[in-house]
Design a protein around this ligand. Structure first.
Ligand code: ABC
Ligand code: CA
Length: 472
């Protein structure tokens, strides 16, 4: 799929090792052990109903290539980011047939497959690395010299960020010489074949800021599908240039405002508006193709910071009411609360894949709301979100026909949103697709709403809400 094809989609991010076992068993998985727990591509294939049932039409899976084996200083390579051989698949996740089959089963359901890819480095269980173990890069000359990226390099030495090594002396991530034209062409051929062999619809690219920017356009072209890159930084101005060399980026700059805004009742929500507006101005397609998220496998889960369900429900609504492509990290819907890596990588089978939980139902509504909005008004995806109210404790985000009313004032509170020019028709009947209550626009198409128990509201004309509130 192209970036345009992905814009109408919503993504469920999962860690292949932690999502589902092939036989439906539920082995013990202690995240602290950092070991393979038994999830596979076949396991994912058997659980597509669960994902689709929440309204997602795309999944993002862990890197698929063969990783270093055995126990390293940081455990086993269950997450898939410790490449050893780019020409072989990770046998812990299944066979080539299993991956082809997953892709095929997704496509039968009109779902998309996004695969995570790493080109920046390989992982070295020993220091110095034994370069002969890697395929196809098996010579020291194909790597940058071993110099680790240091703390302030991140802010003042971009060359070090690109040519220095990630990891540490316990487990170096040997940095590939992506300046070498032969290596560039090997990678371009590799990504092109990978996408074709497994009919991949989009790629999530790891460590994008650690490779020179002008490496990326040809790589993205060789992939030929939507490319969304991980540039782990909190400044829109740092992310912006990368939106010009690949389709888009994971929206880390907004994330760094969204997470604290909803982590406590004293968070600052107006900071979200400031950063989103900056990104709308500076990114090459505004915020339209960014991957928008609240959690991922590198960051602590929201419920490690707050257990207040109204804050959690407000935060979860955010990716669904803005311009980018919503991404939900598996397990958030089950209330998982792990902190930093590796605690945030729980096995989903421990939840029993229950679908009657409030957060599962919430996600289902959010997906349905987005779809209803777009079917009522096809320009929905192309209309840039506007902030009609932005205070430390309230936001009103307009993305017609949706008006999202978010707050972080917490359970038990009654947030108030006064939105004089909300853009509705005079006296129009509106429905809040989260709580399914009714609201009436005033004579100028504005609304004045008092919230209940700190919950978010997503207003739409009743005529646009379709069956979102008539179902379960
Ligand atoms: C392992 C252990 C960890 C242990 C670590 C030392 O080693 O599991 O417990 O703490 C993979 C695995 C990890 C593993 C690493 C290293 O490999 O998943 O479990 O950690 O062996 C991507 C992936 C990530 C993956 C890799 C490596 C890269 O999403 O899952 O990790 O393939 C940097 C990279 C970023 C990378 C991230 C983990 O490290 O840039 O691509 N993620 C600053 C820097 C960032 C840096 C970040 C964390 O610190 O600027 O570049 O990310 O080190 C904001 C600032 C940011 C700042 C953040 C923290 O604060 O704007 O700049 O980020 O305000
Ligand atoms: Ca590099």
């Amino acid at each position: 799929g192209s970036a345009g094809d992905w814009r109408t989609r919503t993504i469920y991010q999962l860690l292949t090792d932690r999502f589902a076992t092939p036989d439906g068993s539920s082995p013990t998985c202690n995240t602290g052990d950092r070991k393979y727990c038994g999830g596979t591509w076949k396991g994912i294939t058997t659980k597509l109903d669960y994902i689709q049932g929440m309204g997602f039409d795309s999944i993002w899976i862990s890197p698929v290539v063969a990783n270093v084996e055995g126990k390293t200083a940081y455990g086993e390579a269950f997450h898939g980011y410790w490449t050893q051989n780019i020409d072989a698949l990770n046998p812990h996740f299944g066979t080539a047939d299993d991956l082809v089959n997953l892709s095929r089963e997704l496509h039968k359901r009109n779902m998309y497959l996004m695969v995570d890819v790493v080109v920046n480095h390989v992982a070295a269980p020993t220091n110095p690395p034994d370069f002969s173990i890697y395929t196809p890069f098996n010579q020291a000359s194909q790597f940058h010299p071993e110099v680790f990226i240091q703390g302030d390099d991140y802010t003042n030495n971009q060359t070090a960020v690109e040519q220095g090594w990630l990891g540490d002396t316990n487990l170096p991530l040997a940095d590939i010489n992506t300046e070498d034209p032969n290596i560039v062409s090997i990678y371009n051929n590799w990504i092109s074949a990978l996408v074709k062999n497994y009919t991949i619809d989009g790629i999530r690219i790891d460590t994008v800021k650690h490779v020179r920017q002008d490496f990326w356009p040809d790589f993205a072209k060789a992939a030929g599908v939507y490319t969304v890159g991980e540039v782990l930084d909190d400044k829109p101005s740092y992310l912006a240039p990368y939106t010009k060399v690949i389709d888009s980026v994971l929206d880390y700059s907004t994330y760094f405002k969204v997470f604290p805004a909803f982590s406590s009742t004293s968070g600052n929500m107006s900071a979200i508006a400031d950063f989103v507006q900056q990104a709308q101005g500076e990114f090459s397609n505004g915020e339209f193709f960014v991957g928008s998220f609240i959690e991922n496998h590198d960051q602590p889960r929201l419920q490690s910071a707050t257990k207040d369900q109204s804050l959690v429900m407000n935060a979860m609504a955010w990716p669904f009411v803005q311009d980018g492509i919503p991404i939900l990290y598996y397990g958030q819907e089950q209330g998982f609360a792990g902190g930093n890596d590796p605690d945030n990588r729980e096995a989903l089978w421990s939840s029993g894949y229950a679908t009657d939980k409030p957060l599962v139902q919430h996600v289902k509504k959010l997906n349905a709301a987005r779809r209803a909005a777009a079917s009522a008004l096809p320009e929905f995806y192309a209309n840039a979100a506007k902030f009609l109210v932005a205070t430390p404790n309230t936001l009103a985000v307009s993305k017609p026909p949706m008006l999202a009313l978010l707050s972080n004032s917490g359970s038990g509170s009654s947030p108030q949103w006064d939105v004089p020019n909300a853009g509705f028709k005079a006296n129009e009947e509106l429905v809040d697709v989260v709580g399914c209550g009714k609201v009436k626009a005033d004579g100028n198409g504005g609304v004045s709403v008092k919230g209940n128990n700190g919950m978010p509201q997503i207003l739409m004309p009743s005529s646009a809400a379709g069956s979102v509130c008539s179902g379960s």
